[in-house]
Design a protein. Structure first.
Ligand code: FAD
Length: 396
């Protein structure tokens, strides 16, 4: 909120007020053209076609020396296995904590999960906040929310990060609501504004047309969920140890409205894009659905997941869950094939952390060649069948 007061005038139910003492900003405040910048976003339904957002620069609110200190990462685990995104966040959290000169902590909830603390210290945590109780055996929002909120209220971190997974998204939103603080969802970049000691959480906004850097100036902790595979876990330091702070969960089984009766695992043998070590991705250059089948064939031989550019998805050759890029999934496999993909920035932003990229494109000036390890200039319909043939031979 930039406290301009415009929403108060248009709210049909008169439900919006400004905090006491705040006067609506004058209508003549300067309008800055939209571009990548540090902003407070304010979506505007504006008649002027060239403007997608009105951005009003305001001086940062200076917080008093805050009692909130430290960077915390929510450690997601299922059946005693830590989600990779939590280790990635410990890696990035380490950088943020070092910048701020504070501790990095992991918040670990579950049943019989104490042994995981070792991995967390080795991945950069100085402290682990632990609740270990049978009531936390399976993830349930109600119980986990109480646990995380109790820890926050007692130990007061200034930053709290979650992986943007199904569990992380659910938990982060309920925790933020209970704490009455701000949450930036689906962040792809994190940094610290050292002057004001604020977390800068960036994410695509306005349908991907701008990168919005979102600040939570007043409330604490500053919360964000972060897409998997955006950051890298640090190389674990064997034998590194830290502090353990353990609390009892303030919830009993009888208090909970949700019971887990059984857990059905997805047994489909399809490899998920975000988990895949190898991805074969196809684009508009494959011409039609039949051409796109080459991508599936190569993926099958390699035991890879199938990815696609947005244009291939929009053509109906692949599903949205297979889209790689700014408005799709961010991936970082060991090997990424980009076949008939031009390499628009909205695509490459989602795959540029891949270890090895093999690009096949008939245009020698295609942008994708700037992002690849191996560039193959030529017709995909000639080259891909040869790959398939050779990999089949290797498999035999
Ligand atoms: P094209 O750009 O049409 O490229 C096709 C390529 O195939 C060309 O380079 C051509 O030389 C090559 N080719 C043609 N025939 C052959 C052949 N026989 N053999 C080999 N090569 C051949 N895109 C994404 O992918 N992911 C996103 O998340 C995404 N989000 C977006 C968000 C916004 C807000 C906007 C505006 C756009 C977004 N886009 C996204 C779209 C992006 O800008 C590009 O339009 C899109 O990536 C292009 O897809 P493409 O490379 O398949 O098609």
């Amino acid at each position: 909120c930039v406290e301009c007061g415009e929403c108060i005038e248009v709210c049909p139910t008169n439900a919006i007020t400004l905090p006491e003492g705040v006067k609506p900003a004058a209508a003549s405040e300067p309008v800055v053209e939209p571009k990548e910048q540090k902003i407070e976003t304010k979506a505007e339904v504006d008649e002027k076609p060239a403007q997608v957002a009105q951005v009003i620069e305001k001086p940062a609110v200076k917080l008093p020396e805050s009692e909130y200190q430290g960077v915390w990462i929510y450690i997601e685990q299922r059946n005693g296995k830590i989600a990779p995104v939590s280790l990635e966040l410990l890696g990035e959290g380490r950088k943020l904590a070092d910048k701020l000169g504070v501790e990095l902590a992991g918040v670990l909830l579950g049943n019989n999960v104490r042994h995981l603390t070792k991995t967390l210290y080795e991945h950069g945590a100085d402290t682990v906040y632990l609740m270990d109780d049978p009531v936390l055996d399976q993830y349930r929002s109600e119980a986990y929310q109480v646990g995380v909120v109790d820890f926050v209220r007692k130990y007061k971190p200034e930053i709290l990060l979650f992986g943007a997974t199904a569990i992380g998204r659910d938990l982060a939103s309920t925790v933020a609501t209970e704490l009455g603080t701000g949450l930036t969802a689906d962040t792809t970049r994190l940094d610290i504004d050292m002057q004001n000691r604020l977390l800068e959480a960036s994410r695509p906004a306005m349908g991907g047309n701008i990168m919005a850097t979102i600040l939570c100036k007043v409330q604490r902790p500053q919360m964000a969920s972060v897409r998997p595979k955006v950051f890298k876990a640090i190389q674990p330091i064997a034998g590194r140890t830290g502090n353990l702070i353990e609390e009892k969960i303030n919830v009993k089984e009888a208090d909970l409205r949700t019971k887990v009766i059984s857990v059905a695992l997805d047994v489909s043998d399809k490899i998920r894009l975000s988990d895949a070590d190898i991805i074969v991705a196809g684009g508009k250059g494959l011409q039609d659905e039949k051409g796109f089948r080459l991508v599936h064939e190569l993926a099958e031989v390699l035991g890879a997941a199938v990815g696609a550019s947005r244009d291939a998805v929009e053509a109906g050759w692949a599903s949205h869950s297979q889209q790689v890029g700014q408005t799709g999934t961010t991936v970082a496999p060991k090997l990424y094939f980009a076949i008939g993909i031009s390499g628009a920035v909205q695509h490459t932003v989602g795959m540029e952390n891949s270890e090895i990229v093999v690009a096949i494109n008939k245009d020698p000036n295609a942008q994708i060649f700037e992002k690849c390890t191996y560039a193959i200039v030529g017709d995909a319909f000639e080259i891909v069948p040869k790959f398939i043939e050779e990999f089949k031979k290797l498999k035999q």
